[in-house]
Design a protein around this ligand. Structure first.
Ligand code: ZN
Length: 153
């Protein structure tokens, strides 16, 4: 029977979405974005009923972090699995997708939809593909390291 790609676990649950993104951004295990610690033995996973999904603690600098820090998902309140859905849609639609379509898809505000599409397009441009106006996106001096193809379908 046909099955929507969006039924894949990383599009449906936060836990699976984090596992999916972590496997791509941290292929060798978690990296502390604060101090650069990559020693898995000195990075713990914080678990608890009220703990945010994917929260880690670095025992070298004692700061908490998630894989969202330093990526296009930073500073966003939108659930990670919804981000992945939007990225998939933007990637899968040949003619592109408007901010208005994203807003309807997520039933979110135009502001949220705009923020999402803007970040995703910026990440696409950072891959070296020129944006519509010919800029590459690097002029922003962004430290965001999430490459488009790392999360694309
Ligand atoms: Zn650290």
């Amino acid at each position: 029977m046909a099955k929507s790609v969006l039924s894949a676990p990383h599009f449906q649950t936060e836990e699976a979405a984090f596992a999916y993104v972590e496997a791509r951004l941290w292929p060798h295990g978690p990296t502390c974005p604060h101090c650069g610690n990559v020693d898995g033995a000195r990075i713990g996973r914080l678990q608890g009923k009220t703990t945010r999904t994917g929260l880690r603690k670095c025992y070298a600098c004692r700061k908490p972090f998630t894989v969202r820090i330093g990526s296009i998902f930073e500073d966003s309140h939108l659930a990670l699995h919804l981000w992945l859905q939007v990225i998939h849609l933007m990637c899968a639609s040949k003619k592109g997708i408007s901010t208005r379509q994203i807003q309807r898809f997520l039933s979110c505000s135009m502001k949220t939809a705009w923020h999402l599409t803007h970040r995703i397009r910026e990440a696409m441009a950072e891959r070296g593909r020129p944006a519509a106006d010919g800029r590459t996106g690097r002029h922003r001096g962004s430290r965001r390291n999430l490459h488009w193809r790392q999360v694309g379908p």
